[in-house]
Design a protein around this ligand. Structure first.
Ligand code: 9G3
Length: 572
């Protein structure tokens, strides 16, 4: 490709509203342009990268035995009403009416559509297992689209769906997809972790993993063990259970009455730490929630935070929210900030393991401006349940191995695999006839990769102060040929010869044949980030060229033959 004809409009500066590094590079390197909030045009260089990502995805999906199909973006509302999700999703689901006033949704995902296809086309167990996938545009009307392609409203997703006759089959399909994901992200050159995750709204019975690209801009927090392979989204991350120390047990025998402390205006842990000069871990926080309409008191240690996803899963509650001010004052007979578990009346108490492992703690006195000290869990209050209701913290013991400690990382979710079970096949009565002639619901799994988000995740991880450093496998071009002076016929002759031979060898080449100052060409080349640059300059008369590796900055001179061999040797 000749750069004088190639549309790759580079920018000196990114627009001020672009905050994330990947968003700035997306625009500055001429990869994409915003059409509307969260809606992007992929310019030729960006499209080339996407196609290479898709190629890798297809190769690994096909190798894993999945079959590619393509489903519509326009989905009849009936299917979503049948699955019960039409009313579950609010403004995020883009709805429209056709000319006959029939209701449609622009597909944010395709569980309903694919289950409908299985229902009518996969009638017999002989056709199972079947895994079908597509690479297709998704629509989700995000309230706050941001960071370029990281959170868009129209984006490219590979979504796959597996259909098995039984759970063992699903486990096999899930593992095949899981392994394919590892190969895809490794080939793309991403620094990623597969983490245990919470199934969230999609539900499903059997577990789920997220594939996280490590990046500070990532919205998710990962807790990963520094010794073994354990890694989980913080939503779900467990930790080595705190053990009730021995002295706590015998101390329980000598329990005295709690001591009342006057703590005027000290409502938060920080204020209490300030006024009493004690570490946050000496306190017990009491948070009042309403779960499915019922008040509950949740206790966590002062230096911990409640994990509402774990709490909601533990309760099996459909709805969970913090109680409002009036409710708290009604239940505790005190202003907010003084709630405690001692004589709290009919409210059931759920205490995190770490609280039950405390010998004694300081709690709200259920009296404005007062707290109670030397409160003994299990003596001065009884917990209806104790469990893992808190977020793991850095340095927690690993839940899987003895020696490891949990370290936190930020991550961008680029993949998500789910065991759905019969959640959709039952709702849509999608069944097959099993070997004994009985009708059975499919056991399903679903597997997504954010293809366009992946492009931005790679940009977040592969850049430096001069621009992008594309991994070779997905770079828009493999080699960037730069003649220093297009007016010099010797240089251009050599450049053309090199261009022709590299192209013939099947390498994507961009030739900067623009009549621009060398400095401008080199700056653009660093920004666009093509892995190998070959400069044709003064040495052209002796057939000598200069090369530079974008990632390492390593440079050298070589004959044309050597340059050819080097470029072809590491072919994309
Ligand atoms: C909706 C809207 C947004 C959504 C969904 C439905 C996320 C929705 C979860 C999934 C699960 C998997 C197949 C590929 C992998 C992910 N956001 N999810 O179901 F109506 Cl507006 O999409 N789907």
């Amino acid at each position: 490709m000749r750069q004088s004809q190639f549309l790759v409009p580079t920018l000196r500066e990114a627009p001020s509203d672009a905050e994330a590094a990947s968003h700035k590079l997306l625009l500055r390197a001429g990869l994409a342009r915003q059409l509307a909030a969260g809606v992007y045009t992929y310019l030729p260089a960006g499209r080339r990268v996407l196609r290479k990502v898709e190629k890798i995805v297809r190769e690994e999906m096909d190798a894993a035995g999945a079959q590619e199909l393509l489903m519509p973006a326009m989905q009849p509302a009936e299917l979503w009403k049948e699955s019960g999700r039409y009313k579950v999703y609010g403004p995020e689901l883009i709805r429209l009416k056709d000319r006959h006033d029939r209701e449609f949704a622009l597909g944010p995902t395709h569980e309903e559509v694919i289950t409908g296809i299985a229902r009518s086309e996969l009638g017999s167990y002989r056709q199972l297992p079947a895994t079908l996938y597509q690479i297709q545009t998704k629509f989700r009307d995000e309230k706050r689209p941001r960071y370029g392609l990281l959170r868009g409203r129209e984006f490219l997703m590979k979504d796959a769906y597996s259909f098995d006759a039984d759970w063992d089959g699903l486990d096999r399909s899930y593992k095949r997809m899981f392994d394919a994901y590892n190969r895809i992200f490794s080939r793309i050159g991403l620094n990623f972790r597969a983490v245990e995750a919470d199934a969230g709204s999609i539900g499903g019975e059997g577990g789920t993993h997220e594939f996280m690209a490590l990046a500070d801009i990532g919205e998710d927090t990962i807790a990963a063990c520094d010794q073994c392979g354990y890694a989980a989204n913080l939503e779900k991350a467990e930790y080595g259970a705190a053990v009730a120390d021995e002295q706590r047990l015998e101390a329980a025998q000598t329990a005295k009455e709690p001591i009342k402390l006057h703590t005027p205006g000290a409502r938060t842990i920080d204020e209490l730490v300030q006024s009493l000069g004690l570490d946050a871990s000496r306190f017990i926080k009491t948070l009042l929630y309403i779960a499915d309409g019922k008040p509950i008191a949740v206790l966590v240690r002062g230096d911990h935070e409640v994990n509402e996803i774990k709490l909601q899963n533990a309760l099996g509650a459909a709805s969970l929210a913090l109680a409002d001010k009036e409710t708290v004052e009604g239940l505790t007979k005190a202003e907010t900030g003084f709630a405690g578990p001692v004589e709290l009346g009919a409210v059931s108490i759920m205490a995190d393991h770490a609280v039950m492992a405390m010998t004694e703690g300081i709690v709200g006195a259920n009296e404005t401006d007062f707290h109670l000290a030397e409160v003994r869990p299990g003596i001065h209050f009884i917990a209806a349940a104790s469990g893992d209701y808190r977020n793991a913290v850095q340095g927690d013991d690993c839940p899987r191995c003895e020696a490891g400690k949990l370290q936190f990382h930020r991550g961008i979710e680029v993949g998500h695999v789910f065991k759905l079970g019969t959640k959709y096949s039952e709702k849509l009565s999608a069944t097959f006839i099993d070997a004994s002639g009985k009708e059975k619901p499919f056991i399903m799994g679903c597997y997504g990769i954010g293809v366009s988000r992946l492009l931005s995740a790679v940009l977040e991880q592969h850049n430096d102060e001069n621009g992008i450093c594309w991994p070779l496998e997905i770079a828009p071009f493999g080699v960037h040929i730069i003649p220093v002076s297009v007016k010099d016929s010797q240089q251009m002759e050599l450049a053309e010869k090199l261009y022709e031979q590299l192209t013939k060898a099947g390498i994507d080449v961009l030739m900067d044949d623009r009549d621009e100052r060398p400095g401008v060409k080199f700056k653009d080349s660093d920004l666009i980030g093509i892995p190998l640059r070959i400069v044709i300059g003064k040495g052209a008369s002796e057939g000598i060229v200069e090369w530079k590796r974008r990632l390492t900055g390593e440079t050298g001179t070589a004959t044309v033959q050597e340059a050819l061999a080097a470029a072809i040797g590491e072919r994309q």
